[in-house]
Design a protein around this ligand. Structure first.
Ligand code: 13P
Length: 251
């Protein structure tokens, strides 16, 4: 059966020293009071090699926020999936709306990134979600369905390593959270698409996280929905107490 997961996305925050401090603090509070779900922290590239050794792997997984769409070579400034994996990280966020919007990541680029991540043993946390205008036009289902093409090209075995994250763009960093009903409706739809593409067993095994202004005060009602298997947390993952508050929603 699928796992409940709370994953943090630090985005472009924290110096190396601040990041190590936060990872240590989280490790301490979660070692003292064990979570009832999987916990992952996705950090900037430069933090990975320093953060992986300070967290207890049994309690906290580590991931990158991106990886290159090329395997290796003359791509100045890029970081490959193999390099990410070599730090001890196990996950990588791919397809985040900020990367799609600001860095022009297309479906073709994402297809390559997903393949390279899997080939290097990383679990992609693959993000999908509509912008406000698309929701206002009632197009959220078709947008999300199109975005899923990048992972639906995988075979069943490969897809088993994918974690999905529904992040309505209008809810990211805006303080405007999707209602539990909106989240459940979309998550159930996404799961139905997985069942249609693969089968019911695969759909039942797929963790689908919600992301967008998730915080300790609303996590419980969001995660209480049958098809919401946890969260991908931005702002509230930057403070150990807030992140722990969200993790505790599974208690
Ligand atoms: P916020 O939690 O800051 O809204 O960000 C969500 C997000 O983009 C996680 O990937």
């Amino acid at each position: 059966m699928r796992k409940n997961i709370v994953a943090g996305n630090w985005k472009m925050n924290k110096t190396l020293q601040e990041g190590i401090e936060l990872a240590k603090e989280l490790n301490e509070v979660l070692s003292a009071d064990k979570p009832n779900c999987d916990v992952v922290i996705c950090t900037p590239f430069i933090h990975l090699a320093c953060v992986t050794p300070v967290v207890n792997k049994e309690i906290i997984g580590v991931g990158a926020e991106n990886c290159a769409d090329k395997a290796s070579g003359a791509y100045t400034g890029e970081v490959s999936a193999a390099m990410v994996a070599s730090t001890g990280a196990q996950y990588v966020i791919l397809g985040h709306s900020e990367r799609r919007a600001y860095y022009h990541e297309t479906v073709e680029i994402l297809d390559e990134k997903v393949k390279l991540a899997l080939a290097n043993g990383l679990k992609p946390i693959f993000c999908i979600g509509e912008v406000l205008e698309e929701r206002e036009q009632g197009k959220q289902n078709e947008v999300v369905k199109a975005q899923l093409a990048s992972v639906f090209s995988l075979n069943e075995g490969e897809f088993g390593n994918i974690v999905l994250a529904y992040e309505p763009v209008w809810a990211i960093g805006t303080g405007k959270t999707a209602t539990p009903e909106q989240a459940q409706e979309m998550h159930a739809y996404i799961r139905s698409l997985v069942a249609e593409r693969y089968c019911k067993a695969v759909a039942d095994n797929t963790s689908i996280l919600y992301g967008g202004s998730c915080k300790p005060s609303n996590a419980k009602e969001l995660f209480a929905n049958p098809d919401v298997d946890g969260g991908l947390i931005g702002g509230a993952s930057l403070k150990a107490a807030d992140f722990k508050g969200i993790i505790d929603a599974f208690k």
